[in-house]
Design a protein around this ligand. Structure first.
Ligand code: ADP
Ligand code: MG
Length: 345
C-alpha cells in the first residue's frame, strides 16, 4: 500500500503544509574519519513545484536526496511525507518511498542490452497490456524519444540515456520525482530542451520534482525554490530570484552569482559606504577607461556574448562582466562604477 493512500493523521499534515517536511535531520558516515554529511537540517518541499538542492561538491546534496527518498536512514530527526514519517531502509522490504521515484547519477538501473521501449515498459505490470502500451508510448513521446524506441541503451548518447532514465521514473506516475544532477551528461544544446520538458511535465501532471545540482546557473531558471547547502548545513532557502538579488550570506552570493564579496574597508576603495560586508555581482559594475585610475584589467575571459574581466589595484580584485567585446584589453586602466551592491546584515 502506498503511503499516500493511507488516512492522514490530522495532527501532523494539513493542506498548506509542505508535501515533504524535514525536521532536524542529521546523518554522518563513519569511515576512517567520521564525516557529518547532513547536520540539523529543517526544510519544506511544496507539492507540484520544482525544488533544487544546490551546493558545492561534498556539501551533502546526494545524501539529503537519499534521506528524502528513504534509501538512507537519518541518525537524528525525520523526513515526513504528507505528514507520515518516511520509513528508513531497515523498516521496508524494498527501500525507497512508494510515492517517489529517483533518477540517480549514472545509469545503473538501465538494462544496457535492451531497447528503449522495453526499458520503460518493463516498469509497468502485465495485468493491463493496453495500458502498458499506451503509457509507454505516451511518456516516450512526451520526452521526445518515440523515434528511439527500438534503439539499444548501449547505442545512446549520455543525454538520451538520461531521458530514458527519466521516462522510466515517470511512467509509473509517481507523486515525487527525485533527480541527482540530471543535466550532467546532457550536452549544452539539449540541456535547455530537457529543462523545458521537465517544467512542462510538472505543470501538466502536478508531479513534485526535487533535483540536485552543483551548477546553480542551470537550475536558477527552472526551480521554484532553492535549498542551498554548505557542509551539510542549510545556508539559504527560498525563491531563486530573491536569493539571487538578496543573498543572505557570502556563500549563497558566490554560488548563485559568482559575486564579489567585499569588506567595509574594501568597499570604500570603490567609493561605497557600507556598514557591513557587501556583495557586488559581476554584472552590477560598469567600467570606464581612465589612465589615472589605480584599477587595471588583469585578465579577460571570452564567454561568447560577454567577457569576464578580472580588475585589480594590487589590494582588491573584482570580477566584472563586460558586454562591449575587446573594449578593455589586459593592461587598460579603468574606473569601476558600482551600480548596485547588497549588504549582509
Ligand atoms: P554532494 O552530493 O553534495 O557532492 P554527498 O551527499 O555525496 O555530497 O556527500 C557529502 C559528504 O558525505 C561527503 O564528504 C562525502 O564524501 C560523504 N559521503 C557520502 N556518502 C558516503 C558514504 N557512503 N560513505 C562515506 N562517506 C560518504
Ligand atoms: Mg552528489
Amino acid at each position: 500500500m502506498s503511503a499516500s493512500s493511507c488516512t492522514l493523521p490530522n495532527d501532523t499534515y494539513q493542506d498548506g503544509l509542505p508535501l515533504i517536511h524535514g525536521k532536524n535531520l542529521s546523518r554522518s558516515f563513519h569511515g576512517k574519519e567520521p564525516i557529518v554529511a547532513i547536520s540539523g537540517l529543517s526544510f519544506g518541499i511544496s507539492e507540484g513545484q520544482i525544488t533544487a538542492i544546490i551546493g558545492e561538491s561534498g556539501s551533502g546534496k546526494s545524501t539529503l536526496l537519499r534521506l528524502i527518498y528513504g534509501v538512507l536512514g537519518p541518525d537524528d530527526g525525520e523526513v515526513r511525507y504528507r505528514g507520515w514519517r518516511v520509513p528508513n531502509p531497515k523498516e521496508k522490504l524494498i527501500p525507497g518511498h512508494d510515492a517517489m521515484r529517483m533518477v540517480s547519477q549514472g545509469f545503473d538501473d538501465l538494462n544496457t542490452y535492451a531497447n528503449v521501449w522495453d526499458n520503460v515498459a518493463s516498469q509497468l505490470s502485465n495485468t493491463d497490456l493496453e495500458a502498458k502500451y499506451s503509457k509507454t508510448a505516451q511518456i516516450l513521446k512526451r520526452l521526445r524519444m518515440a523515434h528511439l524506441d527500438k534503439q539499444r541503451i548501449a547505442d545512446l548518447s549520455g543525454g538520451e540515456k538520461q531521458r530514458v532514465a527519466i521516462a522510466r521514473a515517470l511512467v509509473n506516475e509517481p507523486e515525487v520525482l527525485l533527480m541527482d544532477e540530471p543535466f550532467n551528461q546532457v550536452d549544452a544544446s539539449f540541456r535547455e530542451v530537457l529543462q523545458r520538458d521537465i517544467i512542462d511535465i510538472v505543470r501538466e501532471t502536478g508531479v513534485t520534482v526535487v533535483l540536485v545540482s552543483h551548477d546553480p546557473a542551470e537550475v536558477l531558471s527552472m526551480a521554484d525554490k532553492l535549498l542551498v547547502l554548505k557542509e551539510g548545513h542549510l545556508m539559504a532557502a527560498g525563491n531563486p530570484a530573491v536569493l539571487y538579488r538578496q543573498p543572505p550570506n557570502a556563500y549563497t552570493a558566490r554560488l548563485l552569482a559568482k559575486s564579489n564579496i567585499l569588506s567595509q574597508e574594501e568597499a570604500t576603495q570603490l567609493r561605497i559606504e557600507a556598514s557591513a560586508n557587501i556583495a557586488i555581482h559581476p554584472e552590477w559594475m560598469d567600467l570606464h577607461e581612465n589612465p589615472s585610475s589605480p584599477f587595471e584589467v588583469l585578465d579577460v575571459r571570452f564567454k561568447g556574448f560577454y567577457e569576464e574581466l578580472l580588475v585589480g589595484d594590487g589590494h582588491l580584485q573584482v570580477r566584472v562582466i563586460n558586454h562591449a567585446k575587446d573594449a578593455f584589453p589586459v593592461g587598460t586602466f579603468v574606473d569601476i562604477q558600482v551600480k548596485h551592491a547588497y549588504p549582509f546584515h
